[in-house]
Write a new protein. Structure first.
Length: 128
């Protein structure tokens, strides 16, 4: 009998799966999404905006994340990325790249594709 799930076969895995722990079922805890400066999915200059795509995926899955604007730019030297948001992202991931999703239990999902996969696998619980 095949016990491997589709998500385990994907090259982009959730943070929980990278540590070898089984993926957990999302129970409606608080979410904090770190974005650069915008959470629109389409941007007039750059087209699809990674932070906005992650935000829209969470919203489409029924979540209402707290959005933290980290400002800065990951390509800048570290001494220029010292906003509180970028510092927190660096503490969580070791890098300055956003978007980053932080759950209240400390689980971290970094990167647009990983956040989209997480949102699809963890829809918000139905309201009573």
């Amino acid at each position: 009998m095949l016990t491997t799930t589709v998500l385990e076969l994907l090259p982009f895995r959730f943070a929980a799966n990278r540590t070898g722990r089984p993926a957990r079922t999302y129970t409606g805890r608080a979410l904090r999404l770190f974005v650069c400066w915008d959470n629109r999915a389409a941007h007039p200059v750059i087209g699809a905006h990674p932070c906005g795509v992650a935000y829209e995926a969470l919203r489409d899955a029924g979540h209402d994340p707290e959005v933290v604007k980290a400002y800065g730019w990951a390509k800048l030297p570290a001494f220029l990325n010292q906003t509180s948001g970028r510092r927190r992202v660096h503490e969580l991931t070791g890098a300055y790249e956003v978007p980053v999703l932080e759950l209240d239990d400390g689980e971290v999902v970094a990167g647009t594709e990983q956040i989209v996969f997480w949102a699809e696998a963890n829809p918000a619980p139905a309201s009573s």
